[in-house]
Ligand binder design. Sequence first.
Ligand SMILES: CC(C)(COP(=O)(O)OP(=O)(O)OC[C@H]1O[C@@H](n2cnc3c(N)ncnc32)[C@H](O)[C@@H]1OP(=O)(O)O)[C@@H](O)C(=O)NCCC(=O)NCCS
Length: 164
Amino acid sequence: MKSDPIPMPSPSEATRNAVTLAPMTLNDLDAVMAIEQSAYSHPWSRGNFRNSINPLFDAQCLWLDGELLGYFLAMRGFEEMHLLNITVAPARQGQGWGHMMLDALSLWSRHEGAHWLWLEVRQSNQRALQVYQRYGFRQISIRKDYYPAGRQQREHAVVMSLKL
Ligand SMILES: CC(C)(COP(=O)(O)OP(=O)(O)OC[C@H]1O[C@@H](n2cnc3c(N)ncnc32)[C@H](O)[C@@H]1OP(=O)(O)O)[C@@H](O)C(=O)NCCC(=O)NCCS
C-alpha cells in the first residue's frame, strides 16, 4: 500500500524564527554599519569591514530571521584567534547574544586549532570588560594610548586572553 508523503515545511516555514550565524557578506554592510554607528563613539568604517571580508578573517553575522542581532570579526594567527570586533545591536544587548557569539567563536577557534583567544578593549568600556571577565578572559597587559578618544586624546587598551 502506498503511504502518503510526510508533509515537509517549505524553506520559508523551516527558517521561521530561526537564529542563524552566517558569514558576513558585502550585502550585510548596510545593516552592520547601522549597528556599528549606534554602538560606538569611534565606529569602524565601511572600508574596515569591507577589507575584513576575506579568508584571513572569520566575520560572522548573527540573525534572528531578517533582523541583524550582532556580528563578530576575528583574525587567525598561529594557534590563536584575535577578536577584533564583537557588537550586539543596542536594543538587543543584555539578552545573552554576546555570550552566544563568544561561544560560537570559541568553538570555531578550537576547531581551527587555536589555543588562545585574544582581544583588546577600551579601558573605559566597563560593560564589555565585565562580560569578558565573567566569560573567563584574563587581563594580560595595558596598551597605552591605543585608541583615539576625542580631539587629540587617546585611551588605553586592556589586552585580554582566554585559554580555549
Ligand atoms: C559587549 C557586548 C558585545 C556584550 O554583548 P551582550 O549581548 O550585551 O552580552 P550578554 O547579554 O551575552 O551578556 C551581558 C550580560 O547580560 C546577562 N544576560 C544574559 N542573558 C540575559 C537575559 N536573557 N536577560 C538579561 N540579561 C542577560 C549576562 O549574564 C551578562 O551578564 P554578566 O556579564 O553579568 O554575566 C555588547 O554589550 C556590545 O555590543 N556593546 C557595545 C559594543 C562593544 O563595546 N563591544 C565590545 C568592544 S571590545
